[in-house]
Design a protein around this ligand. Structure first.
Ligand SMILES: NC(=O)c1ccc[n+]([C@@H]2O[C@H](COP(=O)([O-])OP(=O)(O)OC[C@H]3O[C@@H](n4cnc5c(N)ncnc54)[C@H](O)[C@@H]3O)[C@@H](O)[C@H]2O)c1
Length: 284
């Protein structure tokens, strides 16, 4: 990866939850290339290990630590492991998150004929509260719990910072994904809350709201088997004045900018959209 900007994170310890995922993996590599020691935290250790190995092979400092962001005891284990190997956390990136089929309705709109649901559609009325709750928790509680565990490390530390990952779904909810949209809106709101709450102890809290990037969690929703765009992807392109999806590398500039107090030390409690203008464009 070629970094879009040079920041010096030597001596800093970064924790990236969901670091074994597509975007999280890019975040880990960029932080390591900028000099940070990176803990790649993922529920599935194998995915975290692949990212950590790639960083170490390239000459960086990284370890893979398995951990579930929904489980306080698991995050405490990650923290204890981190302390033994790298020391306390300076930079926390809350990138674990995503969707689940049980939190998704199959229809964009509820229509009269949906009252007689003989075709097995998942209407609003069929949404499984447990599925909705899982998606809400994964995104929101999965941001709050690591912030509790690693935030304690950061209190009073120089240049400590938390970066959350919101979404375009936070600004206007996306059809079919009520839990994900609500959770991302909650993350943007929580980012402001936590920024204020921690402002007396020196922890800056900001967020990035990525627009549309093709990754494992949305590939099937966006691409047909032959690689062409699904109707949903075509809607995204129509609503994007740049007429394309984003590349994960395009999140790295904002990430490093927010991570480095020398660049963004007076920026606190903001959510930066990285969306190619999607949010600004009404579609007309
Ligand atoms: N891809 C996009 O277009 C897009 C857009 C906006 C926001 N986002 C957000 O960016 C973040 C990263 O998304 P991605 O597209 O790289 O997804 P991804 O599915 O590739 O990565 C998510 C990672 O989180 C891990 N994970 C899931 N549950 C976990 C848990 N309980 N504990 C620890 N790790 C867990 C998964 O194993 C996976 O490696 C997510 O918060 C997502 O909602 C993505």
């Amino acid at each position: 990866m070629k970094l879009p900007l040079n920041v010096d994170l030597q001596g800093k310890v970064a924790v990236v939850t969901g670091g074994g995922g597509v975007l999280g993996g890019y975040f880990c590599e960029a932080l390591a290339l900028s000099g940070a020691k990176v803990a790649v935290v993922n529920r599935t250790k194998e995915k975290a290990q692949v990212v950590a190995d790639r960083i170490v092979e390239a000459g960086g400092d990284a370890i893979a630590i398995p951990g579930d962001v929904l489980d306080t005891a698991s995050m405490e284990n990650v923290r204890d492991e981190l302390h033994k190997i790298f020391g306390t956390c300076d930079i926390l990136i809350n990138a674990a998150g995503g969707n689940h089929p049980n939190g998704i309705s199959s229809q964009e709109y509820f229509r009269m004929e949906d009252l007689d649901n003989s075709e097995g559609r998942t209407t609003f009325f069929d949404l499984d509260p447990k599925g909705v709750s899982y998606v809400f928790d994964l995104n929101f509680m999965g941001t709050l719990i690591p912030s509790q565990i690693f935030g304690r490390d950061m209190v009073g530390k120089k240049d400590a910072t938390i970066i959350n990952i919101s979404s375009m779904a936070a600004y206007s909810p996306l059809t079919k994904v009520p839990a994900y949209s609500a959770a991302k809106a909650a993350i943007s709101n929580f980012t402001e809350w936590l920024a204020v709450h921690f402002s007396k102890v020196g922890i800056r809290v900001n967020a990035i709201a990525p627009g549309w990037f093709i990754t494992e969690q949305n590939r099937k929703l966006m691409l047909n088997e032959d690689g062409s765009f699904t109707p949903r992807a075509q809607k995204v392109i129509y609503k994007s004045p740049c007429e394309r999806f984003g590349e994960p590398e395009e999140l790295i500039g904002p990430l490093l900018f927010l991570a480095d107090a020398k660049a963004s030390g007076f920026i606190n409690g903001v959510v930066i959209p990285v969306d190619g203008g999607f949010n600004a464009y009404s579609g007309v």
